[in-house]
Design a protein. Structure first.
Length: 171
């Protein structure tokens, strides 16, 4: 399997690092509009690389932009991966949707749902029964206590603690 990452900035390089460590990909390459970077081409060249043996991941820190790209790729029938680092704890009762990345030492606890296109950064903790809305970014070391529904496209900053039921499910 091959991975093409759209965006060769800091987040793209982080995605590449985790993808390479997974052992799933024979090659990991980039597309980026910055001509000074070592890439296979521009972001708009993605369709040239789409096939059954290639996954394409849009590595944009902008939550809304990332979701737009994920939707575009899915609508065109292109495989978008979900990437979970080996050192992350992921409960067997938790679920994760396409285009999400879970970085090292993150904890996803019981009955939690991570929707499409989220970034769960290093050391983030998401406790039991949470729903993380699509396109959200839970930053380094952030804690989301139990039974919260984080709205889509939300950024929970590094070290922030979201108290129990601060965003109640169904509320």
């Amino acid at each position: 399997m091959r991975l093409i990452i759209i965006g060769a900035g800091g987040y793209g390089r982080t995605v590449a690092d985790v993808a390479r460590q997974s052992g799933k990909y024979e090659s990991v390459d980039f597309l980026d509009d910055n001509e000074n970077l070592d890439t296979l081409g521009k972001c708009s060249d993605y369709a040239k690389f789409a096939n059954n043996e290639t996954e394409i991941y849009p590595a944009f820190g902008n939550n809304e932009g990332r979701i737009k790209w994920i939707d575009k790729l899915i609508n065109e029938g292109i495989k978008v991966p979900t990437i979970i680092h080996d050192t992350a704890y992921f409960s067997p009762t938790a679920t994760v949707e396409v285009g999400t990345i879970v970085l090292p030492k993150a904890i996803i606890n019981t009955d939690t749902k991570i929707e499409k296109g989220c970034i769960i950064n290093c050391g983030a903790i998401i406790d039991h029964g949470c729903i993380i809305g699509q396109g959200s970014h839970i930053c380094l070391g952030a804690i989301v206590k139990g039974e919260n529904r984080i709205p889509e496209l939300t950024k929970i900053e590094a070290g922030e603690v979201v108290q129990l039921r601060a965003f109640p499910i169904g509320g």
